[in-house]
Design a protein around this ligand. Structure first.
Ligand SMILES: CC(=O)N[C@H]1[C@@H](O[C@@H]2[C@H](O)[C@H](O)[C@@H](O)[C@H](O)[C@H]2O)O[C@H](CO)[C@@H](O)[C@@H]1O
Ligand SMILES: [Zn+2]
Length: 301
C-alpha cells in the first residue's frame, strides 16, 4: 500500500466502471487506497435480462437491493475494497432520467438538501483524507439529474471539508479535483471502428450523443490498458445495466460504446502536474500534439 488516496463520487452503481473503471483498477493494483462513494442504489434503472425484469421499480421495486450486489462484485473485479453509499444504503433514491415523475419523490437524490448530502461526503473526506477527488462535470457528464447532483454535492463537500468552521473532525483540503471526460475525437474513432466491426449494438452519430468534450479540454490521460480486463469483468457484474461484447458495451438503450482502456479527465481545481506526450491515437490516446498529465497524483507526491 502506498500513501496515495483517491476518492471517486458516482451517482449509480455502474457509473464507477463505465467512466473510471480502468483507472480505479490501475490505482488499486498500484497500492493506492481507492474509495468509491455511490450516491444512490440505482433503484430506477431499466433491466436488461428478461429474467430479472421483475426487479424494476414498477414491479417488485427490488432493483436497488440487487444492484448493491452487482456493485460489490464490480468493486471486487476492480480490486476496490473501500466502497460506501452516500449517507448509507438507500439514504437517497435514484431520481430517474431528467423530467420523469420520480424526480419529484421526497427521497429523490435530485431533491436532496445540498448541505445535508455534502455533509455526509465531508465525513468520508475527513476520514479518508484523499489527495484526489473525481466526479462528473457540472452537466453530470450527460445530463442525468443524479449525476448533476453528484457534481454539486462533491464540489460543496470539497469546499466544506477544508473549512475549519464546518462540522466535526480535522479539516482536509483535497489537492486535485477532476471531472471524468470523453474526447469527441476518441468517440468518433471508436464509432468508426464499431461500424467496421459490425457489432450487434446500435451505432449512433457522436454528435447525437449527450456527452463528449473537445480534445483541448482534456488535462489528464490515464493509460490503464494493463487493467482493461478488470473493467470488462466489472461491466459484466452490472448485468442489469450493461451488455458486454468486448471491447464494446451497451446500456439498456442498446447504443454501442467502447470500454476505453485509456481514460480521460479534466482538472477542475488544483495545480496541473508535469505533462508528457499523449498516448498514440491507435491505443485510445489523444496522440500528437497533446501533452497531458499521465497520473492523477502528478505534482502531489
Ligand atoms: C449510466 C447511467 O447513469 N445509467 C443510469 C440511467 O440509466 C439509463 C436510463 O434507464 C435510460 O432510460 C436508458 O435509456 C439508458 O439505457 C440507461 O442507461 O438512469 C437510470 C435511472 O435513473 C439509472 O438507474 C442508471 O444507473
Ligand atoms: Zn449514472
Amino acid at each position: 500500500m502506498n500513501d496515495r488516496r483517491l476518492l471517486l463520487v458516482h451517482a449509480h452503481p455502474d457509473d464507477e466502471t463505465i467512466g473510471s473503471g480502468a483507472t480505479m483498477a490501475k490505482y488499486a493494483a498500484e497500492g493506492a487506497l481507492v474509495t468509491l462513494v455511490t450516491c444512490t442504489l440505482g433503484e430506477g434503472g431499466e433491466v436488461i435480462p428478461p429474467e430479472l425484469a421483475h426487479l424494476a421499480a414498477d414491479r417488485d421495486d427490488t432493483l436497488g437491493e440487487h444492484r448493491i450486489g452487482e456493485l460489490a462484485a464490480a468493486c471486487e473485479a476492480l480490486g476496490v475494497t473501500d466502497h460506501r453509499f452516500l449517507g448509507g444504503p438507500g439514504r437517497w433514491r435514484d431520481s430517474g432520467m431528467m423530467g420523469v415523475a420520480s424526480n419529484d419523490r421526497q427521497d429523490a437524490f435530485w431533491r436532496a438538501d445540498l448541505d445535508e448530502a455534502a455533509g455526509e461526503l465531508v465525513k468520508v473526506i475527513r476520514e479518508v483524507r484523499p489527495q484526489v477527488l473525481v466526479t462528473y462535470d457540472e452537466n453530470g457528464f450527460y445530463g442525468h439529474p443524479d449525476h448533476i447532483k453528484a457534481n454539486r454535492v462533491a464540489w460543496r463537500a470539497f469546499e466544506l471539508a477544508a473549512d475549519p468552521a464546518f462540522g466535526e473532525g480535522e479539516p482536509w483540503r483535497i489537492a486535485k479535483f477532476y471531472f471524468t471526460a470523453m474526447a469527441r475525437s476518441t468517440m468518433r474513432r471508436s464509432a468508426e471502428a464499431m461500424r467496421e466491426a459490425d457489432v450487434r449494438f446500435l451505432v449512433e452519430d457522436v454528435d447525437d450523443l449527450p456527452f463528449g468534450c473537445a480534445d483541448e479540454e482534456i488535462t489528464t490521460e490515464i493509460d490503464a490498458r494493463a487493467h482493461i480486463g478488470r473493467k470488462i469483468d466489472a461491466m459484466r457484474a452490472h448485468a442489469t445495466q450493461i451488455s458486454v461484447d468486448p471491447p464494446w458495451f451497451a446500456l439498456s438503450n442498446d447504443i454501442g460504446q467502447e470500454a476505453f482502456a485509456v481514460e480521460h479527465f479534466i482538472l477542475r481545481a488544483g495545480t496541473q502536474g508535469p505533462t508528457v506526450p499523449a498516448a498514440p491515437i491507435e491505443v485510445g490516446g489523444l496522440g500528437e500534439p497533446y501533452k497531458l498529465e499521465d497520473d492523477l497524483f502528478a505534482g502531489i507526491d
